[in-house]
Design a protein. Structure first.
Length: 315
């Protein structure tokens, strides 16, 4: 390979847009990681495209001696060692702050709605038990979303889009956000709670959609979780927004009506952690593998956007 050739490395190539790869190939060579020889792969890369399957930390980045830019089609950066990137003068291109573009990305709010419905309608328990007689089906009796008061913590893009879906179901909606809320969608029926305590008190379903930056305090600590007794709880934001040890202890005490998570702190290592695997068989607990934002449309749109952003900025 010509040492002057720019090398674009795709760390998780499955489903990566062919159109985007063709665009990149006009400016250099595109290489894909095949699962073996990560150190050698990183050593030749000038521009690295990542998702969420790897923790991009100092240990990993030390191998990437030529690296100039990391491209992450995500709004969050908890999977990145930002301090090391700064020390190495490696630029980060992501979706953070791209509000106008992200308005039309609906994968996460759709998944959030799906998890709420799964809890309310006992889908996990009923699907696991297969076909039953008409008498036994009453064992899986659920609740109407229309009869719920859904409290949304974090009322940005995802929270507001999710609220617009709830309005179609005629659910009652409340929200709390510690930051000023910029209206992105017309939500006519949402009540603004000025404290988290008020939201927890008046909601039957609590949904965490709040953003997170490294070092932020948890949104739901043990005291807040204790106030959620008998409620349904859903988190599709960041695992760091909830005190996980307190949450696990309370789930084991049957504290909630149901809990559904798409995010946890030690993802993707949870499968080796008994603290989570011990909950998997519970009917009142759902854990999806960080798939809220993973649809064909969302991946193609966000990765194409990041590719174009890289080309515009440095090519």
């Amino acid at each position: 390979m010509d040492p002057n050739t720019k090398v674009f490395g795709i760390l998780e190539p499955t489903g990566f847009s062919l159109q985007s790869k063709e665009k990149l190939s006009r400016y250099g060579e595109v290489v894909e990681f095949g699962g073996v020889g990560l150190t050698e792969f990183l050593r030749v890369v000038d521009f690295l495209f990542i998702r969420l399957g790897y923790r991009i930390d100092e240990k990993l980045l030390r191998c990437a001696t030529k690296l100039k830019v990391v491209c992450s089609p995500t709004t969050g950066t908890t999977h990145l060692d930002l301090y090391y990137l700064y020390r190495r003068n490696i630029e980060l291109i992501s979706l953070k702050g791209e509000s106008e573009f992200l308005t039309d990305i609906v994968a996460t709010p759709e998944h959030t709605l799906g998890l709420v419905l799964c809890l309310l309608r006992n889908y996990k328990k009923s699907l696991a038990n297969g076909y039953h007689s008409q008498e036994l089906r009453l064992n899986f009796m659920g609740q109407d979303l229309r009869e719920q008061t859904v409290g949304i913590i974090g009322f940005g893009r995802v929270g507001q889009r999710f609220a617009s879906y709830l309005e179609a179901f005629s659910a009652s909606i409340r929200y709390f956000d510690k930051a000023p809320v910029k209206s992105l969608f017309e939500i006519k029926s949402a009540v603004n709670d000025h404290s988290l305590d008020d939201l927890l008190q008046h909601s039957s379903v609590v949904v965490v959609c709040a953003s997170y930056e490294n070092g932020d305090p948890v949104v739901l600590g043990e005291n807040e979780l204790l106030r959620a007794k008998g409620k349904f709880l859903v988190n599709t934001s960041r695992g760091q927004n909830i005190d996980e040890d307190a949450l696990i202890n309370l789930i084991k005490k049957d504290w909630f009506s149901g809990v559904a998570l798409d995010v946890i702190c030690d993802w993707p290592k949870w499968i080796h952690s008994s603290k989570w695997s011990s909950l998997i068989d519970r009917d009142d607990f759902i854990l999806t593998p960080h798939i809220a934002g993973v649809t064909q449309t969302a991946l193609q749109s966000t990765e194409t956007f990041v590719v174009d952003k890289l080309i515009d900025r440095v090519m």
